[in-house]
Design a protein around this ligand. Structure first.
Ligand code: NAD
Length: 257
């Protein structure tokens, strides 16, 4: 049911081998998909190319999600090379360092704008650009990555929590807009994982310790476990699921105290 043989997918958000998006890329490739990976800047291009070299016949393309032009160019290249698109993974997230260190009340207008632009609006812009490619295929899936800091306060998560709330709401509105075209839009809310993005959040290690102490499974999750859940949401196995935020967090969300 989670077979992706013959499918073409876009993966945005690979920075290094610890990236959740990289685990999803590996799982999707192992399930038979041909992939396009993106990099946001020259600084990360080499990393992404090195990882992509482990995949079969990948495309590696630039895409800074804050640029409408780069998103449009990406969609045009995918259309030319793949002739359509079966799934897309959106794993881009960013907030300026000051917003993740200072008290939330001190968040500047500019840091708020950047965090919401990169981490939430980009799903809307990207979805709009690839939707015409997806319409060419029957039954396609868009997946983004979120965190429970959207709903509850986590120390120093700050403006990222606000961005994730906007992202999750965007998932529902996009699912409603695109459902009639059989394009599904979902999110995985992952438990805390030590990645590049996570290392920007002050005191992240103590968040991980709370998972070990209190989550029903007494641990947090691994990127491969998020990827396994992603295979469900990207494949026809989830063909009746859209507008959903799937908790893949070792049960942490169920705990009150
Ligand atoms: N690590 C966690 O604990 C955790 C938990 C839940 C959700 N998430 C979410 O998962 C997603 C992936 O994060 P990760 O933890 O794998 O870390 P990561 O640092 O590996 O991935 C974040 C990605 O965002 C990309 N990015 C940043 N600015 C961009 C831009 N302007 N254009 C395009 N891409 C840009 C980076 O290049 C990077 O690849 C993020 O949305 C993150 O918020 C992470």
């Amino acid at each position: 049911m989670c077979d992706l043989t013959g499918k073409h997918g876009l993966i945005v958000g690979v920075a290094n081998k610890r990236s959740i998006s990289w685990a999803i890329a590996q799982a999707a490739a192992a399930s038979g998909a041909r992939l396009a990976l993106t990099y946001p800047s020259e600084r990360l291009e080499e990393n992404v190319r090195e990882l992509a070299a482990k995949l079969e016949n990948p495309l590696v393309l630039p895409c800074d999600v804050t640029s409408d032009q780069q998103i449009a160019d990406l969609a045009a290249t995918l259309d030319r090379e793949f002739g359509g698109l079966d799934f897309a993974v959106h794993g881009a997230g960013f907030a300026p360092a000051d917003a993740l260190h200072n008290p939330f009340v001190e968040t500047s207008r500019e840091s708020f704008r950047i965090a919401l632009d990169v981490s939430a609006y980009s799903l809307v812009g990207l979805t709009r650009a690839v939707a015409p490619l997806m319409e060419k295929r029957g039954g396609v899936s868009i997946l983004t990555l979120t965190f429970i800091g959207s709903d509850r306060v986590y120390p120093n998560y700050n403006v990222m929590g606000v961005a994730k709330a906007a992202l999750e709401s965007s998932v529902r509105y996009l699912a409603s807009d695109l459902g009639p075209k059989n394009i599904r839009v979902n999110a995985i809310s992952a438990g805390a994982i030590k990645t590049l993005a996570a290392s920007g959040i002050a005191g992240f290690s103590s968040i991980l310790q709370v998972y070990r102490d209190r989550a029903p499974l007494r641990r947090s999750v691994e990127t491969s476990e998020v990827a396994d859940a992603a295979m469900f949401l990207l494949s026809p196995a989830s063909r009746a699921v859209t507008g959903e935020i799937l908790m893949v967090d070792a049960g942490m969300h169920a705990i009150g105290l």
